[in-house]
Ligand binder design. Structure first.
Ligand SMILES: Nc1nc2c(ncn2[C@@H]2O[C@H](COP(=O)(O)OP(=O)(O)OP(=O)(O)O)[C@@H](O)[C@H]2O)c(=O)[nH]1
Ligand SMILES: [Zn+2]
Length: 221
């Protein structure tokens, strides 16, 4: 495929201003297949290591550019590609369970889009059924899918909330994320104790303090 990555990077420019909670992606982001992406990242990561002065003939280092490239595409940034989006298995709410369902302490690992170092923490999610029920593990999978992108925590929170709202066909969704940013702890200000809390409330969770308080009680933040 004749994709010139240097040209593509130059064309991004400085003007891109995100207007929503969508991850800012180039329009042709999915024209490259995974193998080509891995080859290109390998090539460019090799150059970064070379510039750092590392000896790429060293036994332990020579496989690193490809390892990093595979890890980016197949693991830590796999959530950029919609083909990796989890199928959400839905069931009819036969038992007429009308209270909130809370899936809490969902551990996730993401990466900060400003520094490309880890963000890790817990997501807590609640919804009130509008006739359909989602398989529990699918909630965790949705969190993991959006975490596997370069992220800011605000956007991650909103992407999870919005996806659940669409899949479940209800506005009654709550998401709280409590996370550590290694760009804050391991470099820069080097604060190892602070964490960041973000929330998404819609429907009853937005309107009714009682619903929010009940959710808070369950996740005991
Ligand atoms: N709002 C928000 N900011 C984030 C998130 N992750 C990292 N940041 C911040 O993004 C900012 C980038 O600021 P810059 O001043 O361009 O980067 P920097 O010079 O490396 O800043 P320092 O981290 O203060 O050294 C930093 O303040 C980070 O703490 C996030 O999820 N949400
Ligand atoms: Zn950062």
């Amino acid at each position: 495929m004749g994709i010139n990555i240097s040209r593509d990077i130059d064309e991004i420019g400085d003007e891109h201003v995100g207007t929503s909670f969508e991850t800012p992606l180039r329009e042709d982001a999915f024209e490259m297949d995974d193998e080509l992406k891995i080859e290109l990242i390998e090539k460019h990561f090799k150059e970064i290591m070379h510039v750092l002065g590392l000896d790429l003939t060293d036994d332990s280092l020579k496989g690193t550019p490809r390892r990093v490239a595979k890890m980016y595409i197949q693991e830590i940034f796999s959530g950029l590609d919609p083909k990796n989006k989890p199928d959400a298995k839905l069931f009819e709410n036969k038992y007429k369970y009308n209270e909130m369902l809370v899936e809490k302490d969902i551990t996730f690992f993401s990466n900060c889009e400003h520094h490309f170092v880890p963000i890790y923490g817990k997501a807590h999610v609640a919804y009130i059924s509008n006739g359909t029920v989602i398989g529990l593990s699918k909630i965790n999978r949705i969190v993991q899918y959006f975490a596997k992108r370069p992220q800011v925590q605000e956007r991650l929170t909103m992407q999870i909330g919005n996806e659940l709202r669409e899949i479940l066909g209800t506005d009654d969704i709550a998401v709280v994320i409590d996370a550590h940013h290694m760009c804050v702890s391991s470099r820069g200000i080097k604060d190892v104790n602070s964490s960041t809390v973000t929330s998404f409330y819609s429907g009853k969770f937005e309107r009714e303090e009682n619903s929010r308080n009940e959710f808070m009680k369950y996740i005991s933040l």
